[in-house]
Design a protein around this ligand. Structure first.
Ligand code: ATP
Ligand code: MG
Length: 727
């Protein structure tokens, strides 16, 4: 048997881990040291050398994208792959399990996944029914409570409502009602997937036994970000019967805010007997400048398990730091660098733009669009999260399961068909009183003519529509079905009536959905299930990872959180400002600040060859303007690894600024017309001192400029009186 291709290209420590006996193992190592590589090679090794069947492998990764990559790499090593190997995310695997054992899990066969948006809406409705004032009991907070309880494995019945504790009592009351509502409509939220999968082990020892016998080895990537319920699920499954290889990096734990427990790393050695501990210290990903910068930043965190990474790689270029005078300028800088790199022959897919929060993507997107640079977003503005797509999916969900209340709520009157909120309220009431689904409630009301005539016929028409859609699409392929649904439901026509670009974009998205259906391959061939149901489950689980332009060479945009585990030749880490990153909510709490710093460490270590860090001195976001100083994380990078790029006074490309009363086009540099002053120029004012011109309105004698003074902050000045001196 030739296993050389599995063991080639591994260093000694990696090889040691890959070939380690079938016992518990914990690989604890920094970014880019080959943890994921070890995991992949170990799977191949177990199959090739230890004789495990792919059927006996259970591998957990953090994203669906990572899972797909893992499969691909295993296939490369082995020359074949096998669908019976369980590789996926915790949520994906839990879902697979529940689909197979829905009876034991006390679910309905066609249970649907309730996404974050649907969950929020449902909670809102329940809070309203319970007469809770939204201003005191924001739905988001309640959702946070419910998810946190589930992540800890607690159902409403497990929680002591507290004697005098009004907060606790109320939360438990909503949680209870929420559980009932989900139960009734066969809906399962994300946290519930994990909780039920855990309960499946607890309440069905015979099933647990079956899986313990089945799996020969369990492997977990990104172990530092498992939360309580995920850890418990693994622990129960493994018992004393199945061994585990876990790989992780305490410095990259970035999901504390979602219940991830770094402590699970220490806990591992206690819960799993005699784990072999492996450390990997050589980094293969980044140049030494990038790696040293990352090491310097993370060194500011206390309480680390402690490790230093080294590389044999080149010193490489220094990190470029650019401070734009506003967010537009920052974006323009980024796009200019990208255009230059692409001109030099670099693939766009080797370039990533990483940001702290989703809202930052818009400005970057606009700048990319202006320069015709194809890009792709992971997370955030997700394809399957878009309103029109969710509407279309809701119709499709109803074809699979009429009792999907969330789907009914979504489309019963979209497009508008004369079913008013009164009718829907009556349906909800009926459903609640009779403990049935909205679908049942509605049909009972139609049959018994419980509604005024007009409402009755509107509702009847909706039922006819759904039944007709179902009948007409029974024999159709998935893409034909989707096409039929978006047309016959009236969705396309609905958006056609919308004014302007938006409606057009929505129609294009709906058409994209049909394309997505065309290329869809069922993920799973173990169980006989309809392709439609399979597609819908994946759409819910896989949000954002199936955009239609997947195969076009495009720049990658994503939050720092979703960049975990990935690597790119060139990385732009943008918006690195105090207040934004670290986020202002986190600076006063040491624990959260450290989590932000780990996030920064994750960001820096995504870059293989070239890293840019940028910021905007003034930023318009969420409708207001802030003035920013460079993030403390930038100051933590020793200057020997960093160069600051100075702004050029002139650029060759048109820029568009948000000018309150801007003269129309015709800009090909930063000069403010007829003033001798340029945007971005440093100026001196006799009272306020030195500053940078960041904005203007008007021109010539009547021009006003906004200057961000070094010590006084930003001020608007009439140029004619201000007597600014260029410096
Ligand atoms: P992260 O902490 O970011 O998830 P990681 O520890 O999982 O990183 P990998 O992604 O497995 O690291 O590896 C980082 C890069 O180094 C990859 O491009 C990988 O192919 C490469 N690499 C790892 N080990 C070796 C090796 N022994 N020889 C050559 N390249 C290697
Ligand atoms: Mg990895």
């Amino acid at each position: 048997m030739d296993v050389s291709n599995i063991l080639n290209n591994l260093n000694d420590a990696q090889r040691d881990a890959v070939t380690g006996a079938l016992d518990n193992m914990l690989v604890l190592a920094g970014a880019g040291s080959g943890k994921t590589r070890v995991l992949v090679h170990r799977i191949a090794w177990l199959i090739q050398a230890e004789g495990l069947s792919p059927h006996q492998i259970l591998a957990v990764t953090f994203t669906n994208k990572a899972a797909r990559e893992m499969r691909g790499r295993i296939e490369e090593l082995l020359g074949f792959t096998n669908r019976s190997m369980w590789v996926g995310t915790f949520h994906g695997l839990a879902h697979r399990l529940l689909k197979m054992h829905w009876r034991e899990a006390k679910l309905n066969e066609n249970f649907q996944i309730l996404d974050a948006d649907d969950q929020l809406r449902l909670v809102k409705r329940i809070a309203k029914q319970l007469d809770l004032d939204e201003s005191h009991w924001p739905a988001r907070q309640i959702v946070g409570f419910i998810n946190a309880q589930k992540d800890e494995g607690r159902r409403a019945a497990h929680i002591d409502p507290g004697q005098g504790d009004m907060y606790q009592r109320t939360m438990v009351r909503v949680y209870t009602a929420y559980e009932e509502a989900c139960e009734r409509s066969g809906m399962v939220d994300f946290a519930e997937l994990l909780l039920r999968a855990h309960e499946l082990w607890l309440y069905h020892p015979e099933l647990l036994q079956l899986y313990r016998q089945r799996f020969g080895h369990i492997l977990v990537d990104e172990f530092q970000d498992t939360n309580t319920i995920q850890y418990a699920w693994l622990r129960v499954l493994a018992g004393d019967a199945v061994s585990i290889t876990a790989v992780g990096d305490d410095d990259q734990s970035i999901y504390g805010w979602r219940g991830a427990k770094i402590e699970n790393i220490q806990q591992f050695s206690r819960d799993f007997s005699d784990p072999k501990i492996v450390r990997l210290e050589q980094n293969y990903r980044s140049t030494s400048n990038i790696l040293n910068a990352a090491n310097a930043v993370i060194a500011n965190n206390a309480g680390r398990l402690g490790k230093e990474l080294w590389t044999e790689g080149m010193e490489g270029e220094k990190i470029d730091f650019y401070a734009g005078f506003n967010e537009q300028d920052e974006a323009r800088f980024v796009v200019d660098q990208i255009l230059r790199a692409v001109d030099d022959g670099m693939a766009r897919s080797d370039i990533a733009i990483l940001y702290r929060s989703n809202a930052q993507s818009r400005v970057m997107e606009e700048a990319l669009i202006r320069s015709n640079v194809p890009y792709r977003i992971y997370g955030g503005q997700r394809f399957y999260d878009r309103l029109e797509i969710k509407n279309a999916l809701a119709y499709m969900r109803l074809l699979v399961n009429r009792h999907d209340d969330a789907a009914i709520e979504r489309v019963i009157n979209t497009p508008v068909r004369g079913i008013g909120s009164k009718t829907i309220d009556t349906m909800r009431e009926y459903a609640r009183d009779h403990g049935c689904s909205l679908w049942h409630a509605g049909s009972a009301m139609v049959v018994n003519k419980l509604l005024p005539n007009r409402a009755n016929s509107a509702l009847e028409a909706f039922y006819d529509l759904i039944e007709r859609l179902d009948g007409d699409t029974k024999e159709l392929e998935l893409a034909e079905l989707a096409d039929h649904v978006i047309t016959v439901s009236g969705l396309i026509e609905h958006h056609r009536k919308e004014k302007g670009e938006k409606g057009q974009a929505r129609i294009e998205n709906l058409e994209e959905l049909v394309s997505a259906c065309k290329v869809y391959e069922p993920s799973n061939d173990e169980e006989e299930r309809s392709v439609l149901a399979d597609f819908l489950d994946n759409a819910a689980l896989d949000a954002g990872e199936a955009q239609a332009d997947e195969f076009e060479d495009s720049v990658q945009l994503m939050t720092l959180h979703s960049a975990k585990g990935l690597e790119f030749d060139t990385v732009f880490m943008v918006g690195v400002e105090e207040g934004l990153f670290p986020h202002k909510m986190s600076v006063s709490e040491p624990g959260r600040l450290e989590e932000e710093r780990r996030l920064c460490y994750v960001g820096i270590t995504r870059a293989m060859r070239k890293l840019y860090i940028t910021m905007a001195e003034s930023r318009r976001m969420h409708g207001s303007e802030t003035y920013n100083t460079p993030s403390r994380f930038i100051k933590e990078i020793p200057t020997e690894y960093l160069t600051e790029i100075r702004m050029q006074a002139k650029v060759s490309r048109p820029v568009s600024f948000s000018r309150p009363s801007s003269p129309s086009a015709g800009f090909d540099d930063y000069d403010i017309p007829d003033t001798g002053i340029s945007l971005g120029q440093r100026v001196y004012h006799s009272i306020f001192g030195e500053g940078v011109v960041i904005n203007f309105e008007g021109q010539g004698k009547s021009a006003r400029v906004q200057v961000n003074f070094d010590s006084e902050g930003s001020k608007w000045l009439v140029l004619a009186y201000a007597k600014l001196q260029a410096i």
